[in-house]
Design a binder for this molecule. Structure first.
Ligand code: MG
Length: 171
């Protein structure tokens, strides 16, 4: 069960700043796309998200997008940001996380994993040995498979709350 527990929980990806990451000795980010950076049905980065990528780049923090979504979705979003990406990543399998870290030429403990789902992003990131940060999903509506994950997720979160493993506010 511990593998479902993120190291941190924040409201939005924009709350994660270069200053905060540098304090932690972090040099790279692996982030999910759908409902983490933009809503799953939004094609392009918002100006705020584009600025966040630029800010990271200016502070020498590398960012790789890894998504279970298909090539078209992930490349159309990522290419304008000039950021590396992995599509069809099959999270929570750990292969894509390891691959991305190697591509960034960083070590595990220099990278954080950010995502909105316990069953894919947090589980995968934890299993691969990264510091994981859970964000609140941008929109509630989602694809069918994600709805199933959400249902499981609510159960895991409820269990963790009962066990006193969760300290953050309920949304
Ligand atoms: Mg997501």
């Amino acid at each position: 069960m511990k593998n479902f527990l993120p190291n941190e929980h924040v409201q939005r990806v924009l709350d994660i700043t270069p200053a905060k990451l540098k304090d932690m000795g972090i040099k790279g980010i692996i982030t999910d796309l759908d409902n983490t950076l933009v809503a799953w049905n939004v094609q392009d980065a918002t100006p705020e998200i584009a600025a966040w990528f630029k800010d990271m780049k200016e502070h020498d923090i590398k960012v790789t997008i890894i998504s279970n979504n298909d090539k078209e979705r992930v490349s159309i979003f990522s290419e304008p940001l000039e950021t590396p990406f992995v599509y069809s990543a099959r999270k929570p399998l750990t292969k894509a996380f390891k691959h991305a870290t190697k591509q960034m030429n960083l070590k595990k403990d220099e990278v954080v994993v950010i995502g909105d789902q316990l069953m894919t992003d947090v589980l995968g990131g934890n299993r691969a040995g990264f510091h994981t940060i859970l964000v609140v999903p941008i929109v509630e509506t989602d694809s069918k498979i994600t709805r199933l994950n959400r249902m499981l997720e609510r159960r895991v979160l409820a269990w963790m709350r009962r066990k006193g493993m969760i300290s953050w506010e309920e949304k």
